[in-house]
Design a binder for this molecule. Sequence first.
Ligand SMILES: [Zn+2]
Length: 489
Amino acid sequence: MVSRKYVTVIGLEVHVQLKTNSKLFCPCSSDYIGAKPNSNVCPVCLGLPGTLPVLNKKAVELALKMSCAIGGNIQKESRFHRKNYFYPDLPKAYQISQYDRPISFGGKIPIRTADGKKFIGITRLHLEEDAGKLVHATSDGRLHGFSSSYVDYNRAGVPLIEIVSEPQISTPEEAKEYVLALRKLVRYLGVSDGDMESGSMRVDANISMNEEGQPLGVKVEVKNMNSLRALQRALEYEQKRQMEILSSGGVIIQETRHWDDVRGITVSSRSKEEAHDYRYFPDPDLPLLVVSEDLIEKMAKSIPELPWEKKERYLFEFSMSEEEAEILTSQRELAQYFEEVLASGAPVKPLVNWMKTEVIRSNKEGKFDFNNPEINPQALAKLVKFLDEGKISNTAAKDVWLVMLDNKVGLEEAMEKAGVTLGGLSAEKLESIVSKVLDQNQDVVKEILEGKDTKGKKIKFLMGLVMRETRGQAKPQNVEEMLRSKLHG
Ligand SMILES: [Zn+2]
């Protein structure tokens, strides 16, 4: 049998919850996480008769900001439609969304791939409101076999933007990179938390496969992926499933499939025959959304240096590696701190090393907050300078850094507390440490003197102890010399 080569085509629809205080069409709080069920609701978002929606200006601004950042073609007039369907999480029995006239068309987002940079085109970006949440009374929270369900409307009416990509994503890995790039972008812009786990960013995927050179295959929609890992796993599973069907002569059914993270498979949930007819029509309660040239310009001006622009600049300006530039631009606040330390006189190379190791580690350990740095840029700049000039060792610098963090003290005080002096250890200090180590390891000393250290392992052991005691401030050869002279002296 001739083995055929298949191509994967993936398009993503990403819903991003906008960072606004209130909902899209009413003044209710949009903070639904942790709130008492059905406490942030009003007649508007509950869809009671006689109420009228009023559009949230902040949500429009954030949608415009995002459109500007991706280079979308912003529509001066866009329209809200009603998307009708019946489901208990939708109190009005329709969702207000944008249909044929979204707020923007087009744009693109650069991603990293194995072959270098690639642009993923954006089809459209539109505003819509979120639905409520069903809570199923099962121990494992899964949809199957539940005995009863509850509904919480706190999320109903929360503002979202939906960003639809062109089907230009070729692998599950690229899909992950695209979502990462998007997440970084919304966080840089302050448009959203972009958190997949808590649901402020949700991703649905369309995936199809076709033989190379042949027309596009039948696409399958995959839903219910609640993390980046789940997205990648679901797409890898679906790729394998479709390839097996196609290569054995079968046909792919156009359907929606749910990712089951526990079982690691996708499960069919709706085929095309039962697909909804949403009966879209313009919402008669909402006028055309008209945005002025001034507002668009204001939003465009509010955009900071974008993550991929910053990365390019770091690569060029500081000769960083791809990896380093990626790490240092991963969060806007981290990059900002880096630039402040740099401006305070730190040399670039050692600072980059320090940032990608110590600063990142301390942040992961919860000791260092990029938003509110515990250590002022001047102090770190000085510390890195000392390190670069060889005035203190790397181990000593780490000690000082940790003392600054743990005790919330300045550089000088931290150096004193850590017993670190510029220029390393004095000979007297080293001598007293060597004596102490020899005293505490009489048995090893005895063996060396009896000539049992033919491989030199025991003397290395003592050296290690001395080095540790000096926090790396002494030169190894000085330590060895002093050890030998004391042992045999
Ligand atoms: Zn409300």
